[in-house]
Structures are given as structure tokens and as C-alpha cells.
Write a protein that binds this ligand. Structure first.
Ligand code: TMP
Length: 216
């Protein structure tokens, strides 16, 4: 195992970004890279990742629930998260595994906060309950413009993807604002590039962070 893989044991890394950012592909590559080095990697996704969480996911993404209020939406994302942290993330970190999450509180801040209009302080207060101290060491924001993102989406849009262009432009803004506010914990990756180039950019950022403790 190389020096970086050794350092990643017991750490928690999040990949987030607008819909259509190519997160899933990059997570799969990232996880494979470190598993091949012998590191045990716990991969989780939000909303979901547990039996209860997947049921909450179905409610959240069902286009039939288009009347859902923003506080209800935020609390359902947090409920799924609270259960995932307790059941999967916390035990994996305590076992010394690398935890890689597809979305986390960063998504709630961007979607329900910046785009949805809920005050950031409300989200952060509820997040303290859901996360129970298990905050990520690093959050990658895979940044894409709306045209590139739209071209990558499955044509069968879910309830969140159906929220429209203006909402999703604000989501992107929300992610970029977070990265500016917390430059020591966030790293923005230009995800408009081809998959191999994005993968290399992520790896370079991880290397830099863990060798110098200084992010992008
Ligand atoms: P996914 O498509 O990446 O699986 O995420 C499901 C959708 O839920 C996506 O549109 C982003 C959205 N979402 C929020 O609005 N708030 C959250 O806290 C999370 C985790 C996801």
C-alpha cells in the first residue's frame, strides 16, 4: 500500500456536485484505485445507503410528490443521513476503513439551502444531529455547467432533476460558495473534462492534500 492509501485509512471523503456532474463514474474509479492497493473502502450513497434510507430516497425522488415542502424535503434528506451515519459511516470509520460518500451535507446546503431558500443555520443545526460528529475530511465538488450536465442525465428525470434550470443554476452556485467558504476542506474539480482527465485531477488533489495537508 502506498503512503497516500495508508493515510486514507479511517478517513471520510465526499463527492458532490450538480446533477449530471459524473460523480458516480469518478467514485467508482476512486474506490477501485484504493481497493486495488489493499485498502478497505466503504462506499455509500445519499439519500439512501440503508434499508430505511432507500425508502426515504424513493419518497424524495418520486415526481408524484411534487407538492413536498422545502422543510419536509430537508428533514427527509437529514433523516436518511442520520440513519446512514449511525449504521454505516460511523462503524466503518471506527474499523479504520476509508469511507467514500456519494453526496452529504454539502448537497443539502446547495439544494435545500442556496437553491431551496432555507437558512443555512437551520440546515447546520439539523446536520449536527444527523452527522453526530462524523464530518468528512474532504469534499470534492465536481463542477459542471448546465449544458454539459443536461447532456449526461438520464432522460427519465426524477423529482429533483425536474426542478428547472434556475433552481439548478443556484445549486451550482451553492456548491461553489461552500468551496470558497471552506477552502481547507473542499476542492472544486472541473468535471466538464473527459473522464480520464477528471480522474487524474482528483488523484492529484488527494496527493497534494495528504502530503502537504493543504488542499487544492
Ligand atoms: P443522486 O442523483 O446523486 O443520487 O441524488 C439524488 C438527488 O437528491 C439529486 O438531485 C440531489 C438531491 N439531494 C438533495 O437535494 N439534498 C441532499 O441532501 C442530497 C443528499 C441529495
Amino acid at each position: 500500500m502506498d503512503k497516500i492509501a495508508t493515510t486514507l485509512a479511517g478517513k471520510f471523503i465526499v463527492f458532490d456536485g450538480p446533477d449530471g456532474s459524473g460523480k458516480s463514474t469518478q467514485i467508482a474509479r476512486f474506490v477501485q484505485r484504493y481497493r486495488e492497493q489493499g485498502l478497505t473502502v466503504k462506499e455509500v450513497r445519499e439519500p439512501g445507503g440503508t434499508l430505511i434510507g432507500e425508502q426515504i430516497r424513493d419518497i424524495l425522488l418520486d415526481p408524484a410528490n411534487d407538492g413536498m415542502t422545502m422543510p419536509c424535503e430537508m428533514l427527509l434528506y437529514m433523516a436518511s443521513r442520520a440513519h446512514l451515519v449511525e449504521q454505516e459511516i460511523k462503524p466503518a470509520i471506527e474499523r479504520g476503513e476509508l469511507v467514500v460518500a456519494d453526496r452529504f451535507v454539502s448537497a443539502t446546503l446547495a439544494y435545500q439551502g442556496t437553491a431551496g431558500g432555507l437558512p443555512v443555520e437551520w440546515i447546520q443545526q439539523v446536520a449536527e444531529v444527523a452527522v453526530a460528529g462524523f464530518w468528512p475530511s474532504l469534499t470534492f465538488i465536481l463542477d459542471v455547467d448546465d449544458q454539459t450536465a443536461a447532456g449526461r442525465l438520464n432522460p427519465l428525470l426524477d423529482r429533483m432533476e425536474l426542478k428547472g434550470k434556475a433552481f439548478h443554476a443556484k445549486v451550482r452556485e451553492g456548491f461553489l460558495e461552500q468551496a470558497k467558504t471552506w477552502p481547507d476542506r473542499y476542492c472544486v474539480i472541473d468535471a466538464t473534462m473527459d473522464e480520464n482527465t477528471v480522474e487524474k485531477a482528483i488523484h492529484k488533489a488527494v496527493e497534494k492534500w495528504f502530503l502537504t495537508m493543504n488542499f487544492c
